[in-house]
Design a protein around this ligand. Structure first.
Ligand code: CP
Length: 307
């Protein structure tokens, strides 16, 4: 039963519950017009303490396309946060006005705190360098819709694996499906945190390899998940500048990849995928952005319990 639940971490839902959301997302993607009154009279609050294009707009578009309405802020200084109001008091107040809330915050654990004080479902739309579960639902729906299933893949994740919250959530989620293997491609300074390698991959005996060069492994991959270097999480600008162009996927590297590789990227991109790759039929990142809206339509409907 998903009605009334929060989504803070990809592991909050069972595989069956995720399947329920993906199946509805798939149905919506095939015929979105059929769902235009599902959330009539409902209100979504978007509380964004950090910049966003895809997550906020896709949440808002999702609710509007379901017939609901949206309130919120994209700039915390326009709310009473600027006067020192706590997350707990903000979400208690928002619970009086809205039926469901999506929240992005630069501090790890913020959505969890909000969920403890909320009387409406809280969705984590990204908490610092920690988790981004609705990006993961997006990724799962994209892979399932294009590849047909979520098992038996060699998944390369490339770029900033230390601060990239989308990668942490994706590894957790894809580890739950059968026979997926990971190749973790990053500079040594931006390796995936130990809690992911030890607590997720090693604990479940999942095969993984950590390497520094994309061109040495690209030919093996069924899925390549590119990420940008997360400038906003660095303490030292010089370090960011030194590492920011560690990987640039271009036509040359794509020529080494499988005919049916899927290239994903949560976006925004900076330099890590050359624009020339966009024309390649294996580049799926803008389709992925669209699936993000459909899966959020499904998620909102399920958490509100509307049918
Ligand atoms: N993928 C993603 O989270 O993008 P935004 O930062 O634009 O929301």
């Amino acid at each position: 039963m998903l009605k009334g639940r929060h989504l803070i971490d990809p592991m909050d839902f069972t595989l069956e519950e995720i399947e329920e959301i993906l199946e509805l997302g798939k149905d919506i993607s095939k015929d979105p017009e059929k769902f235009t009154h599902l959330c009539d009279g409902k209100i979504l609050a978007t509380l964004f303490y950090e910049p966003s294009t895809r997550t906020r707009f896709s949440f808002e578009a999702a609710m509007l396309r379901l017939g609901g309405r949206v309130i919120g802020f994209s700039e915390p200084n326009s709310s009473s946060t600027a006067k020192g109001e706590s997350i707990a008091d903000t979400i208690r107040t928002i619970s009086c006005y809205a039926d469901i809330a999506a929240m992005r915050h630069p501090k790890e654990g913020s959505s969890k705190i909000a969920s403890l004080y909320s009387t409406i479902p809280v969705i984590n739309a990204g908490d610092g360098g920690h988790q981004h579960p609705t990006q993961t639902l997006t990724d799962l729906l994209t892979i399932k819709s294009i590849k047909g299933n979520l098992n038996n893949n060699i998944i390369g994740v490339c770029g900033d694996l230390k601060f990239g919250r989308t990668v942490h959530s994706l590894i957790k989620a894809m580890s739950r499906y059968d026979n997926n293997k990971f190749i973790l491609i990053s500079p040594k300074e931006l390796k995936v945190p130990d809690y992911i390698t030890k607590e997720v991959l090693m604990k479940k005996n999942i095969e993984f390899l950590e390497v520094e060069k994309l061109e040495e492994v690209i030919e093996k991959l069924d899925i390549l998940y590119m990420t940008r270097v997360q400038r906003e999480r660095f303490f030292n600008e010089e370090e960011y500048i030194r590492l920011k162009d560690s990987y640039i996927l271009d036509k040359g590297k794509m020529s080494l990849a499988k005919e049916d590789i899927m290239v994903l990227h949560p976006l925004p991109r900076v330099n890590e995928i050359d624009y020339e790759v966009d024309e390649d039929k294996r580049a799926c990142y803008f389709k992925q952005a669209k699936y993000g809206m459909y899966v959020r339509m499904a998620l909102i409907s399920k958490l509100l319990g509307v049918k």
